[in-house]
Design a protein. Structure first.
Length: 139
């Protein structure tokens, strides 16, 4: 594997994981631990591979966290990662093909060049009032 997945950790807590556009794997590789409520990885197969038709079993899951993944399709975006007490841990600059999984903590985005990202997170969507808590660090 080239250019391993990058983890952003602080005091033993994983805040984010970054899959840079140039990361390559020879075979399908999932980076998230099996017990994570959000599974992500890279699918990789040789030409000619064919997976048999299938579907995924419906299983009731209890999820008490919400993780989010951005995959940048075009443009440039900065993702700011903050600790629970408001300390900026890192600013990650993402370009086309880069992806980040937001696992824990406070985050913000700043668009540097007009961007479009695929955003994936667990559902169902329960309305804006139940989705985001805005933080004002300028106290």
């Amino acid at each position: 594997m080239m250019n391993q997945l990058e983890k952003v950790e602080y005091h033993g807590i994983k805040y984010a994981e970054i899959i840079w556009a140039d990361v390559t794997v020879k075979t399908t590789t999932f980076f998230s631990p099996p017990e994570s409520s959000f599974q992500f990885g890279l699918l990789a197969h040789d030409a000619g591979f064919k997976e048999a038709p299938h579907y995924h079993k419906s299983v009731t899951r209890l999820i008490d966290d919400l993780q989010q993944m951005f995959v940048v399709q075009r443009g440039v975006v900065a993702v700011e990662l903050y600790s629970d007490d408001g300390e900026m841990l890192r600013e990650v600059i993402l370009k086309a093909g880069d992806a980040i999984v937001l696992i824990h903590g406070i985050h913000a985005i700043k668009v540097i060049e007009d961007m479009q990202c695929i955003s994936v997170k667990q559902g169902p969507f329960m309305g804006l009032e139940n989705d985001k808590v805005f933080i004002d660090f300028k106290k």
